[in-house]
Design a protein around this ligand. Sequence first.
Ligand code: NAD
Length: 273
Amino acid sequence: MSNAASSPVRLALPGASGRMGRMITKAVADDDRAVIVSATDRPGIETIGQDIGTLNGLGESGVTIADHAEALFMGNPQAVIDFTSPQVSADHARLCAERGVPIVVGTTGLGDDHIEALHEAAQKTAVVWCANTSVGVTMLGQLVEDAVRALGEGWDIEIVEAHHKHKVDAPSGTALALGEAAARGRGVALNDVADRGRDGITGERQDGAIGFAVMRGGDVVGEHSVIFYGQSERVEITHRAMDRMVFARGAVRAGLWAAAAKPGLYSMKDVLS
Ligand code: NAD
């Protein structure tokens, strides 16, 4: 619980003019436990030099968007909240490790090199890596793992997701995390059983495969279903995010938690437990 007498936790916000960056700015404005002390975005973008409060219709905040990563560390932040792109997040994690500043990485689509960078940074500072910061999806992962164990053999698992048309990675980080949860429930590695993208003469479905299907369009915030197909019956577990604010509030919660955490690699499950 927050202590009304304590100072707000100082947060740094790269990607401040992005969809999530703006939403996190609004979430922090509504939360007296946190304050944004620095903000950046990529060089050349029109929002560089703008005040993050004014940009979001919140009134002047005194924090302007800088175009270089070093600026994140002005104002002595207690945590960085990063929803940018995979290479940028990996670079920020490295900088945070050098300075001992915790970081929350919400960016999805990370490759092996980026993930390796997070593991390295986690040796020196707290890194919360979460493909989905909503409370509902975090719970969904546990539900899926439990369902896989309870259902046992003979069920075909398919994961279906839908997102807005601007999303650049597929399947979503959340769909992959749900796939990992299902694979854990079966005691297998997702990479060995994932079936990503069927097209043409694919042959019959392999027993034990975990299939992924992806839809993109409009302004869908994020929808995920894990479907278990049995003989003459079907179990579906679905989460629908209606407002990006659910991710933003979760990200702020993760930032507050990370600010007080020891070095290590953590997930949203750790934040909520
Ligand atoms: P976006 O493109 O709207 O925002 C990304 C921002 O990062 C942009 O403003 C971009 O200019 C900025 N950026 C790029 N290079 C930068 C740099 N060098 N320094 C600072 N900023 C830089 O995208 P978005 O919809 O906000 O999503 C961002 C990421 O977060 C994506 O990977 C998305 O999948 C992920 N996401 C995660 C969750 C979650 O719950 N974890 C929820 C939504 C989105």
